[in-house]
Design a protein around this ligand. Sequence first.
Ligand code: NAD
Length: 456
Amino acid sequence: MNPASTDISSAAVSAPASLAAWRARLEQRELQVGIIGLGYVGLPLALLFSAERFRVVGFDIDARKVEKLNAGQSYIYRIEPEHIQAAQKSGLRATSDFSEIASVDAVLICVPTPLSEHRTPDMSYIVSTMEKIAPHLRAGQLVVLESTTYPGTTVEVVVPAIENAGNVLAVREPEQVGVYVAFSPEREDPGNTRVARKDIPKVIGGLDAVATEMAAGLYNSIFNRVVRVSSPAAAEMTKLLENIYRCVNIALVNELKLLCLRMGLDIWEIIDAAATKPFGFQAFYPGPGLGGHCIPIDPFYLSWKAKEYDFSTRFIELAGEVNEAMPYHVLQSVMTALNRERKSLRGSKVLVLGVAYKKDVDDLRESPALTIIEMLQHEGAAVSYNDPFFAHVGHGRRYSLNMDSTPLNRVPEFDCVLIVTDHTAYDYKKIVAEAQLVVDSRNATRGIDSPKIARC
Ligand SMILES: NC(=O)c1ccc[n+]([C@@H]2O[C@H](COP(=O)([O-])OP(=O)(O)OC[C@H]3O[C@@H](n4cnc5c(N)ncnc54)[C@H](O)[C@@H]3O)[C@@H](O)[C@H]2O)c1
């Protein structure tokens, strides 16, 4: 069992001449940036580089995305087509032809890192990306992995793929110009309008000092601050620490919410009061369960890797247990609320409000709403949903619903309206006024006083 930062991360600093040339070309905006994976992370990143007058080539295996981008259209709700068209004027274009990798200077990899069915890291996207790009790499290029992953991935997966294709890694031959490699985690927070993307510092860990400086120079042209760490593994672990911190704290407030409900206390009022402390407390909020591509998934990348070191990550396991129980709590709360109305869940009509994993985003990945809908259906409820971001919900890796969004004017028809995602667009006062019963898992109805509301 080798430490995650193997011998190559501490190797000598290579070819400073190549760094000087890199900086000069960076300054002149002569560097071409290649972005692999044009999803929620890769597309905004491409637009940031375009806005700074870099020529950007986006690579994706999804022909539909490539076509749309090249036609100046958007496929992500919060990205306007005008933004893409402006980037096209700076040279942005998309392709599925990976031989074009040879023409770019920096290759930034933003492909998915989900969990497999057995909750182990699914590295297939990174592996297949490396297989596609490695034969086209050339000396002097910088390769940066941005996908969230376990400490050791860059050295154990990316580096061998580059070398096995016959490329010389700069860190191995300090006298030559080779391929430079770094890891830099993505810290994008979709839907966050408080912090501009350029104000989120970019953490960078290169295989050697030159790779770190090349990446730092590149990212500094789009982010206000870069933070250098000693190795790719340190950068990989930084991202996991951030998301595990979030996952564990959400589990803590979820557990305390269950206790508060039993004690007749309002957890939301208590969190708001605690958040007035100017130090030592950061507010996290309870909910119907974890969702999204990061928080429910990333911690398990680390617990999987920790096993290699005979280490059990107990906080992660416990947080997972608490958070995964939340959809069951929501189900129970709907049953209890209906019971008070002398109704059983079986045969009741339930309208789920919001299926996106969090408010105001068009992203369904790992959404607790999908699990809750399936649980309600399993118990015999007639379930419908409404979501302004999804006119239809079909099939995914873990769900198969095939439902259309129900218009809100049908709220009065339902025995229960269940708020799972608190989109801003909803008029909660109106919904409460028209509904027979409201179960609120997000405290979206705060400030509304009605016996029809059951907060859970
Ligand atoms: N979405 C977020 O908010 C967020 C935030 C921080 C970090 N991350 C991390 O960033 C990474 C990417 O996440 P995302 O949300 O952008 O995923 P996404 O699914 O939105 O986008 C990934 C894109 O990669 C493409 N792709 C898959 N395999 C490919 C290949 N071999 N070659 C080229 N393209 C390929 C897909 O077609 C897709 O367009 C993940 O590791 C994720 O954990 C995501």
